[in-house]
Design a protein around this ligand. Structure first.
Ligand SMILES: *Cc1c(COP(=O)(O)O)cnc(C)c1O
Length: 338
C-alpha cells in the first residue's frame, strides 16, 4: 500500500532532478564567502523579495531567531500573532537566546492589524518592556495557511513606520501566499525590513531557508548565524537544491492549493469532519466529531497520514510528493471512514 503522507509539506524528498543539481553544484567554503552556488542563491532570493542582501541558513527557525536577536534583543518585546510559529514551535528561542519576550496578539485568520497592535505598544515609562519589532507570518501556519491581502499589509506597514518599528516577515510559505494571491514575493515583502523564506517546505528542497534584508543587517546576521553554529562550509550542494526548486517548483504550487480544496470538499461531505472555511493555500484544518487521535489512527490504517492538532482537530498539508491521483484516492478513503 502506497502511503499518502499529508502530515506536513516538509516531508518532500528530493526528486532525481534536484539530486542531479546538487551533485553538479560548484562549491567553496561559505564561511569564507567563497561558495559560488550559495552566493548565487542569496542573490536570487534577495532579488525575488526585493531586498539588498540575503543569507542562506540551515532552517527557518534560525532566520526568525536571528531577526529577533538583531531587531529586539535583550529586554525587547516583539508584537506577534498569538498563533505564530515563533510562539508555538521555536522552543522559546527568542527568550532563551535572543533575550526578548514575545507578546501574542489576537487577530482573525492569523492577520495582525493596527487596531490590535496600537494598544499593545508600550508607552515610554521606564519600567515597561521596550517594543522593538512587529513580526508577521504569511501564510499563517496555525491559522490554516491564510494569506494577508495587500491592503492588510499596507495598513500594517504604515502603522509600523509611523511608530518607527521594524517589521520581520516569517515567510516560510511566502511562495504559497504569492501563488494564491497573485502578488509577487517582492510585493508581499515590501512591508518588511527583513524576511525569512523556506526552501524545504512545499518547494521540495531537502534543507534550507534564506533571510533577506539590508546589507548592513545581513552582515550582522552572518555574525549571529556563525554564533548559533550555522556557519556551513561547502553548502553549495544544498543551495543548488534551493536554486533548482525556486526555478522549477514554484508554478506547480497552485496544484497543491487545488488539492487542498479537493480534500476540504471531501471532508465536508463526511459525517465526521467540518472544514469551516475552504483553504486559501495548502493547509486544511478540519474539526472532527470523533477524537482527532481516533481519526488519525483510522486514516493511517487506510494509508492516509494526517496530524492531530487538538482534541477534535486534524490537519492535512498538500505538497509536491502527493499528486492528483493520490489526492483522489485520499478523498475516497476519507469518504469511507465513519
Ligand atoms: C516551518 C516554519 C518555520 C521554520 O521552520 P524550520 O523547520 O526551522 O525550517 C517558520 N515559520 C513557519 C510559519 C513555518 O511553518
Amino acid at each position: 500500500m502506497d502511503v499518502i503522507d499529508l502530515r506536513s509539506d516538509t516531508l518532500t524528498k528530493p526528486t532525481p532532478a534536484v539530486r542531479e543539481a546538487m551533485a553538479k553544484a560548484e562549491v567553496g567554503d561559505d564561511v569564507y564567502g567563497e561558495d559560488p552556488t550559495v552566493n548565487k542563491l542569496q542573490d536570487v532570493v534577495a532579488e525575488l523579495v526585493d531586498k539588498e542582501a540575503a543569507l542562506f541558513l540551515p532552517s527557518g527557525s534560525m532566520g526568525n531567531l536571528i531577526s529577533l536577536y538583531l531587531h529586539a534583543g535583550r529586554g525587547g518585546e516583539v508584537l506577534a500573532h498569538r498563533d505564530s510559529h515563533i510562539l508555538h514551535y521555536e522552543l522559546a528561542s527568542g527568550s532563551a537566546i535572543a533575550g526578548c519576550q514575545i507578546l501574542g496578539l489576537p487577530g482573525h485568520r492569523g492577520v495582525l492589524t493596527p487596531e490590535v497592535l496600537e494598544p499593545a505598544l508600550r508607552g515610554p515609562i521606564y519600567y515597561n518592556a521596550r517594543t522593538k519589532l512587529v513580526e508577521l507570518e504569511n501564510t499563517g501556519n496555525l491559522a490554516g495557511g491564510t494569506c494577508y491581502s495587500m491592503s492588510e499589509l499596507e495598513a500594517l506597514g504604515a502603522w509600523a513606520r509611523s511608530k518607527n518599528l521594524p517589521v520581520h516577515l516569517d515567510g516560510a510559505r511566502l511562495w504559497n501566499a504569492s501563488t494564491a494571491t497573485g502578488l509577487s514575493p517582492a510585493a508581499l515583502s515590501a512591508v518588511a525590513d527583513t524576511v525569512t523564506v523556506c526552501l524545504s517546505k512545499g518547494l521540495g528542497a531537502p534543507v534550507g531557508s534564506v533571510l533577506a534584508g539590508t546589507k548592513v543587517f545581513i552582515a550582522e546576521a552572518r555574525r549571529v548565524r556563525k554564533m548559533l553554529g550555522g556557519g556551513m562550509r561547502q553548502a553549495g550542494i544544498l543551495a543548488a537544491a534551493g536554486l533548482f526548486v525556486l526555478e522549477n517548483h514554484r508554478e506547480r504550487m497552485a496544484d497543491d492549493h487545488e488539492h487542498a480544496r479537493l480534500l476540504a470538499v471531501a471532508l465536508n461531505s463526511t459525517s465526521w469532519a467540518r472544514v469551516a472555511t475552504l483553504p486559501e493555500t495548502n493547509i486544511v484544518f478540519a474539526d472532527t466529531t470523533l477524537a482527532a487521535h481516533v481519526i488519525v489512527t483510522k486514516l493511517q490504517s487506510q494509508g492516509v497520514l494526517c496530524s492531530a492538532m487538538g482534541e477534535n482537530k486534524v490537519r492535512f498539508v498538500t505538497h509536491l510528493d502527493v499528486g492528483r491521483s493520490a489526492i483522489d484516492r485520499a478523498c475516497e478513503i476519507l469518504a469511507k471512514i465513519s
